[in-house]
Design a protein around this ligand. Structure first.
Ligand code: HMG
Ligand code: MG
Length: 309
C-alpha cells in the first residue's frame, strides 16, 4: 500500500460506544479523566457521549455535564451522537464540536435501537443535520448492520447504498459503515467496500468494526486496501450496542495502533500511555478489557489481568 496511508485517521469511540454497553456507571469525573488521558496519549478525534434518551442508555445520562467539563485543547475535537431534535437541543448547549446521526440498514434493528422504521427516521435526521449545519457544526452519519443484522441476518447492499445516498443528500460529510455485531469477514468487506467505493468517494467513508468474532483488525486492513482511511476504534476494545444482541467490543485502539505502526504508518498515539488509560478503566469497571495488545503490555509490566479485578 502506498504513501497515501499516512492520512489514516483514528476516531476514538470508547467513551461513547465503549461505555454505552457497560452497566456499571462510571462517574462523570472518571470519564473526564479518561478523555483527558486519551488526548494526552495523542488521540485527537474523540466521540465522547450520546444525547440519546437516558432511559435507553443510562451510562450516558451525564452527556451534558461531561461535554461541558472536557478540557479545551487546540487540535482536539469532541464528537457526540445525536438521535433527534430533542437530543440536538441538549447538544447545542454544550461545546461539543461535531455531531453524528445514526440509523440501521435493517428495519428491525432500526426499530429496536431508535424506535422507528427506517423511512420515518429520515425526516428526524434531516432536521438534526439541517439545524446542525446552520449552527456551523459538521455532521457524520453512521449506518449500522451493514454486514449483517442480529434480527434479519444478511442485509442487501442496495439498502446500504440507498441510506448512504440519503445521508449525503442531507449534508453529512462522511458515513461510517458499521459492522454492529462483528460478523463481517475480510472477503465480504472487500466485496462490499469495492461496490460502495464506486458509488461514493472512498475518502467520505469510514470503517466501524466490532470484534465479536475476532475479525475487526483484518477487516480494518482490508478497508485500508480499499482506500478507506478513517477507522473507528475504542480503547481497550470496549463496546457494543445494547440493542443488538451478541454485539461485543469495538476494534481495540491499542491493536489498531500496533498494526498501523508496524505498517510504517505514524499514528501520533503513544501506545504505553494509551494502555495506562485502559488500565484505569479496567480498574474502574473491575474487569479485564479485551484488547490483545493491552493485555500483553500489562503482562510485560508484570501486572497480570486477574490482579486488576
Ligand atoms: P422514543 O421513546 O421513541 O422517543 O425514543 P419519543 O420521541 O417518542 O419521546 C419520548 C420521550 O422521550 C419524550 O419525553 C421525549 O421528550 C423524550 P416525555 O414527553 O414523554 O417526557 N426524548 C428524549 N429525552 C432526552 N434525549 C433525547 C430524547 N428523545 C426523546 N434525545 C430515542 C427515541 C431515539 C430517543 C430512543 O430510542 C433512544 O435514545 N435510542 C438510542 C439507542 C442507542 O443509543 N443505541 C446505541 C447507539 S447506536 C450504535 O451503537 C451503533 C453505532 O456504534 C454504529 C454500529 O456499531 O453499527 C453508532
Ligand atoms: Mg458501534
Amino acid at each position: 500500500m502506498g504513501g497515501f496511508l499516512q492520512r489514516v485517521k483514528i476516531v476514538e469511540v470508547g467513551l461513547r460506544d465503549g461505555l454505552q454497553n457497560e452497566s456499571q456507571i462510571l462517574s462523570t469525573s472518571v470519564k473526564r479523566e479518561v478523555a483527558e488521558k486519551l488526548v494526552g496519549a495523542g488521540l485527537t478525534e474523540l466521540e465522547v457521549t450520546s444525547f440519546v434518551h437516558p432511559r435507553w442508555i443510562p451510562q450516558l445520562a451525564d452527556a451534558q455535564e461531561l461535554a461541558e467539563s472536557l478540557p479545551v485543547i487546540d487540535g482536539v475535537r469532541y464528537r457526540a451522537l445525536v438521535p433527534n431534535a430533542k437530543g440536538l437541543n441538549r447538544a447545542l448547549q454544550t461545546p461539543v464540536h461535531e455531531y453524528a446521526v445514526f440509523l440501521s440498514a435493517s428495519e428491525t434493528h432500526n426499530r429496536k435501537n431508535i424506535n422507528k422504521g427506517i423511512e420515518e427516521t429520515f425526516p428526524v435526521l434531516e432536521e438534526v443535520v439541517g439545524r446542525s449545519l446552520e449552527d456551523g457544526k459538521r455532521v457524520r452519519g453512521y449506518v449500522s448492520t451493514v454486514f449483517g443484522c442480529p434480527y434479519e441476518g444478511e442485509v442487501p447492499l442496495k439498502q446500504v447504498v440507498a441510506i448512504c445516498e440519503r445521508l449525503f443528500e442531507m449534508g453529512v460529510y462522511e458515513v461510517s459503515l458499521g459492522d454492529t455485531i462483528g460478523v463481517a469477514t475480510p472477503d465480504q468487506v472487500k466485496e462490499k467496500l469495492k461496490t460502495l467505493a464506486t458509488c461514493f468517494p472512498a475518502e467520505r467513508l469510514a470503517g466501524h468494526f466490532h470484534d465479536t468474532r475476532g475479525t475487526a483488525l483484518v477487516n480494518a486492513y482490508v478497508s485500508l486496501e480499499q482506500g478507506i482511511l478513517t477507522l473507528d476504534s475504542a480503547f481497550g476494545g470496549l463496546g457494543g450496542c445494547p440493542y443488538a444482541p451478541g454485539a461485543s467490543g469495538n476494534m481495540a485502539t491499542e491493536d489498531l495502533v500496533y498494526m498501523l505502526e508496524g505498517m510504517g504508518i505514524s499514528t501520533g498515539v503513544d501506545l504505553p500511555a494509551l494502555c495506562q488509560v485502559s488500565r484505569l478503566v479496567q480498574r474502574e469497571l473491575g474487569k479485564q478489557l479485551p484488547s490483545r495488545v493491552l493485555q500483553s503490555v500489562l503482562a510485560m509490566e508484570g501486572e497480570k489481568g486477574g490482579n486488576l479485578l
